[in-house]
Design a protein around this ligand. Sequence first.
Ligand code: HEM
Length: 494
Amino acid sequence: MINFIIVLVATALCFILKYQWQNRRLVKMMNAFDGPPALPVVGNALTFVCSTKEILRRGLSIMAQYKNPIRIWLFHIPYVAITDPEDFQIVSMKALEKDDGYRFLADLIGDGLITAKVSKWKKNRKIIAPIFSRIILYHHYLDIFNKQSLKLVETLEQEISHGKQFDAWLYIFKTFFNIISETAMGYSKDFDNMETLAKLKDSTTKASLLAGQRFYQPWLQPSIIFKIYTFMKGWSNVFEESKAVPLKILKLKREKFLEEKSNNVTKEEKSYNSFIDILMNTHEAKHFTDEDVADEVLTIMFAATETSALITSFALLMLAMHPQIQEKVYEELRETFENSDRPMTTDEINKLTFLDQCIKETLRLFAAVPVVIRHTYEDLPISNGRVIPAGANIILAIFGVHQNENLYPNPKVWNPYNFDADKVAARHPCAFVPFGVGPRMCIGYKQSMVAITTLLATVLRKFKLSTDETEYELDVDFLIRSARGFNIRLEHRN
Ligand code: HEM
């Protein structure tokens, strides 16, 4: 056994030494950056052999301790973490290729915009981006957000009668699942069965956790090890289960599309409101195969549902924990709507400036997407004459920028006044980047801000929130989650 271990370690050492010699320029440039001391062979990988909760804590502690850009070695793979807004902007504009690890996310969401290689991404983004700038203009979308927010309020009424704390997550997840099913796929039949939804939420969460672990913990990357790992956890089918519902809806949609085509249904008779309707009828998208369409739809379902649901749930929890701020939001809502319970309009959304600050502060502190990882094929000059070497992976540390003490004093405290106009004006434009920035910026950011505002305003007009929670605890996979759920209590406003 000892002989076997010696041979194994010696082989690994030879491999690493050969790599370092062949890539000596990259290694030299990397080692010029600040960063935690790296061990031979494993580099800094052992730092990430821990629970997912701990990964987030350790990642943040490295970012607080070392100066941007930060060098990290996962075995022989070089990573550079960016926590400075100026460099964040430069890298976002210039290094468009995603890190190879995104192929593990493709198990969950297919090979759509988020995971696609630049050559495919460029073609598809050109077709998909105009669809998003068109659909957000449709009043129809706001109608859907209003309708689902009112349904949520009705469902929450049932919780009031219990008068005790409950976890809001499944209700908010359900609301966004229904919103995205309708806006992305034109599927207006709601998923109301809480049992089915709980199963869907469960498989999505597990799939996301697995994909995230494989991303941060490279020893899970070889397929055979990953298969054994998922089998031992009893999670072998979670990727299929998490995709089953969206793929079923997509199948129905395709059948309807083909039926309309064969019946020569005219443009006027068709419903053109959802993402998929527009995509299937876009001339430029004619080269999309069925698989391409499925990939893009799964990508949007994943990108839109849990991110928006998490930010809304964190905002509810924070407002419940900060009653004075909640009262200020309520005053703004009363001034805007007086005592009417009419649905929201775009004008009214624009008037809710303090609620907007609360949402932005939630996006800062809980970010939903903690990091985006890019790859550079060329030397990439950043600020102060430094150069990231060709071949490096670059961690755009959204979470790190948002917790940078030089930008936000007391960065771990939820404080909507961080977004007072004068404070925003004094910061670098990339000091707040929850949706990324540049050509690969989130395609649904406007839609998601409007949906989150509509939902929060509708709930807060109806209910006063409270909670016994006094602090938050975070967990991470691909997304930032609450380790303790979103426990709140509701009371009717008069
Ligand atoms: C709170 C909600 C959301 C957050 C925090 C969020 C955040 C992000 C981030 C950080 C990225 C990566 C940007 C980069 O690579 O620089 C991204 C990409 C993306 N998001 Fe979002 N997002 C949200 C909601 C949505 C919604 C509602 C949709 C669609 C309806 C959406 C669709 C996408 C797509 C398709 C991409 C890939 C864009 C590309 O690479 O071209 N997201 N999002």
